[in-house]
Structures are given as C-alpha cells and as structure tokens.
Design a binder for this molecule. Structure first.
Ligand code: KIV
Length: 287
C-alpha cells in the first residue's frame, strides 16, 4: 500500500469517493488504522483531553504534538498523516507558524498540517503554504478558541454565524489551504461551503454533505468516557471492555489463576543444579 498524496484526495472528491479520517495519538492505534485502510490520520491536539486528562487543548505544546506524531508515523508509515498545530504555535507571527509547520515536516514526517481559524489566520496559512507545506484549514467549532466561543458549542446556527463561517471558508481557501475541515455546524451550512469550494471539504459534526468524515478514535471506540458529542456514532464500548478485562485481571492475580503454566519461562538445563545453587545461596547470602 503506498501513501496517498493530496492529489488522491482531489481525485476522490471528483469521483465522490468519501475520504475517511481519524484522530489518534499513538503507534498501536495508528497501525490499526493503517491495517483498516484509513485514508488519513490526524494526531490531534485533543490529546490534551484524551491522553493527558487536561480540561481542553490550550495547554498542549508543540513538543507534545511532535512526540505523539512521531509515534503515529512509526505505526502507520503508509498513511497520509496530518500534524495539528497547537494553540500558540502559529498565533504570534508568520515566522512562528512556518517554523512550527517545518518542525512537523522534518521531525515527524507529516504530509500536511492543520490549523484552526478563518479570516484571522490567513496570513499564517499563506506563509506556510508558500513554504511548500500542505495546509488544512479548520473552522466552525474550533476547540482552541472555545473560551472565546463561550464553550464547545455548535456554530453557524444563525444566519449571521453561518455568514461568518462562509467568510472564513472562502478566506482560508484563498489563502492557500488545500483541504478544509468544518466542525460542529449544521449540515446545510457545510453543504453550502462544499458547493462553493473546489477543495475537499471534510466534516466532524457537520453532517454528510461533504467529501469525507473525521472522528476521534477514542470516541468511535467508546474509550473516552467523560463526554460523548452528539455527532459521534460509537462502534464499540472499548472503555467498558477495558474495565471488565482489568477487573478479571485483578481477580486472577488475587486467586492465583494468573500467571498460568503457559505464561512462565522454563529454566534451561538441569533443575537439580538450580536447586543446589539456591540452597548454597540461602546459606551464604548475608541479608
Ligand atoms: O484535535 C482534534 O482532535 C481535532 C479534531 C476535532 C478534528 O482537531
């Protein structure tokens, strides 16, 4: 299987072949996604909540993102990989934005970077794109600005808000973004953005009228048990399965059922010799 390129996603859009995209943070899950045939992986700054137990994405740093993205690349060497620019990595200057996007390319072998924001970050999108790096825009419910949005709230539900989303979408496209992710908006708003833009438009909580879907693996597998957004379809209850397995492990250890004979290493050579050694050590060791 060879790694897809941005051109494959343009072809898929053209052929109405829906693009599949998941968010994950480690090498094990990355290899599962690659084996499943996933089109794209995002190592999202949602790791703040899902991996680090933080209340949001704001404290996540470039170093955290780079370390997780490197692990994911090792687990999924042939899957299109997107690095997520965390809060503060591109806000102060275009120089910061380009330097951090370049870090993702050099240190974590990503195929693209994603950043949040519309009209306000077009200079950063332009500068990164001009450095030859594929930029994916992310607008609508942008978790890094949840404080400014008044919480993790769906956007585009009034005509004023929908208008602002369309303005953002157009600005991001004109600045050079090669794909766009719309989060937490009504399907009708996403459908309109999809209709007017020639680049692949993907959605997370934005309905079906676009070129593909993005979702967090911890949500679709039922691993993140604190909160499940309305738009998530759970394909398993891995969190519950894990709790039950761990309970079984505790009970096996306490009862002596684990480890069994099949989990033990055997000595090589004559056991008599070992017994002699242990007897001698018992006499001579000064503890
Ligand atoms: O970090 C993340 O998981 C994201 C998704 C919400 C797309 O940015």
């Amino acid at each position: 299987m060879s790694r897809k390129t941005i051109l494959d996603f343009y072809r898929m859009k053209e052929e109405n072949d829906k693009i599949t995209w998941v968010v994950l943070y480690d090498s094990c899950m990355a290899s599962c996604a690659e084996d499943a045939g996933m089109d794209m992986i995002l190592v999202g700054d949602s790791m703040g909540m899902a991996v680090y137990g933080l209340p949001g994405t704001v404290p996540v740093t470039m170093d955290m993102c780079i370390a997780h993205t490197q692990g994911v690349r090792r687990g999924a060497p042939n899957t299109y990989l997107v690095g997520d620019m965390p809060f503060g990595a591109y806000h102060a200057s275009t120089e910061d934005a380009v330097n951090n996007a370049v870090r993702f390319m050099k240190e974590a072998d990503v195929d693209a970077i994603k950043l949040e924001g519309g009209v306000a970050v077009t200079d950063k999108i332009k500068a990164i794109s001009q450095a030859g790096i594929v930029v994916i825009g992310h607008i609508g419910l942008t978790p890094q600005s949840s404080a400014a949005l008044g919480g993790f709230k769906a956007q585009g539900r009034t005509t004023d808000s929908a208008r602002a989303i369309v303005d953002d979408a157009v600005a991001v496209y004109k600045a050079g973004a090669r794909m766009l992710l719309l989060e937490g908006v009504p399907e009708e708003v996403c459908a309109f953005v999809h209709k007017i833009l020639p680049i692949p438009v993907l959605g997370i909580g934005a309905g079906a009228a676009c070129d593909g879907q993005c979702v967090l693996t911890v949500d679709l597998l039922g691993m993140f048990r604190n909160f499940t957004p309305k738009f998530v379809k759970k394909y398993a209850q891995v969190g519950e399965i894990a709790v039950n397995c761990l309970k079984e492990y505790i009970s096996d250890v306490k009862s002596g059922a684990f480890p069994g004979p099949e989990h033990k290493y055997k000595v090589s050579g004559d056991m008599e010799e070992f017994n002699k050694l242990f007897a001698q050590l018992e006499k001579t060791l000064d503890l």
